[in-house]
Design a protein around this ligand. Structure first.
Ligand SMILES: [Zn+2]
Length: 191
């Protein structure tokens, strides 16, 4: 196959050179309400890769992004934390054969960290793209949680824009006695 970024032939969807030079994470934490959101990149850095979601090539791209960034993160976290942690992706809905968010959460299965598959589902999937903050507030995702109660959770999504969706998810989980430790996203649009 060819590197998605530079088209060089190779064995991986992203070549070593692109990973080492273009996709160097700049980890930052943004707080929305009472939720800390850790992101690996500015949205602009990853834009071409993120546009593959819901397309066939997005399967390999998101799997690779999970392996490159989410997996090392959870490994380090799990080594330093004894307790059981559950990983909850935002609305792991399958489109074109895969869920891009589930590819990220599945990369986080390590020791006492356990992804819970598709336990936080949105009842409202209206498109937020290009919409105002008020529109987002007026049209909440209306999540349903069917996962474990009374546990520690790391929330996962690919992109944070306003943070409203993550805050809404946190609120729903809290109603199920879930302690949301923080949220983890690939890219922050407002960073
Ligand atoms: Zn490349």
């Amino acid at each position: 196959m060819r590197c998605f970024s530079c088209s060089k032939p190779g064995l991986s969807i992203l070549c070593k050179k692109c990973i080492e030079t273009l996709f160097v994470p700049t980890v930052r934490t943004r707080t929305v309400g009472t939720l800390d959101v850790i992101s690996f990149f500015r949205y602009s850095t990853l834009e071409s890769l993120l546009h593959t979601k819901h397309k066939p090539e997005g399967y390999r791209v998101y799997k690779k992004l999970g392996a490159l960034f989410f997996r090392p993160f959870i490994k380090e976290f799990a080594e330093n934390d004894e307790g059981e942690i559950f990983i909850v992706g935002i609305d792991e809905v399958v489109r074109n054969g895969y869920s891009h968010v589930a590819l990220l959460t599945h990369s986080m299965q390590y020791k006492q960290a356990r992804p819970q598959h598709a336990v936080l589902r949105a009842r409202n999937r209206v498109n937020y793209s290009g919409k105002s903050l008020q529109f987002r507030l007026d049209n909440p995702r209306d999540f349903v949680y069917s996962g474990k109660e009374g546990v520690d959770v790391i929330l996962v999504d690919d992109i944070i824009t306003t943070g409203i969706t993550l805050q809404e998810a946190q609120k729903v989980l809290m109603e199920h006695d879930v302690n949301v430790l923080f949220a983890l996203t690939l890219a922050d649009v407002e960073a």
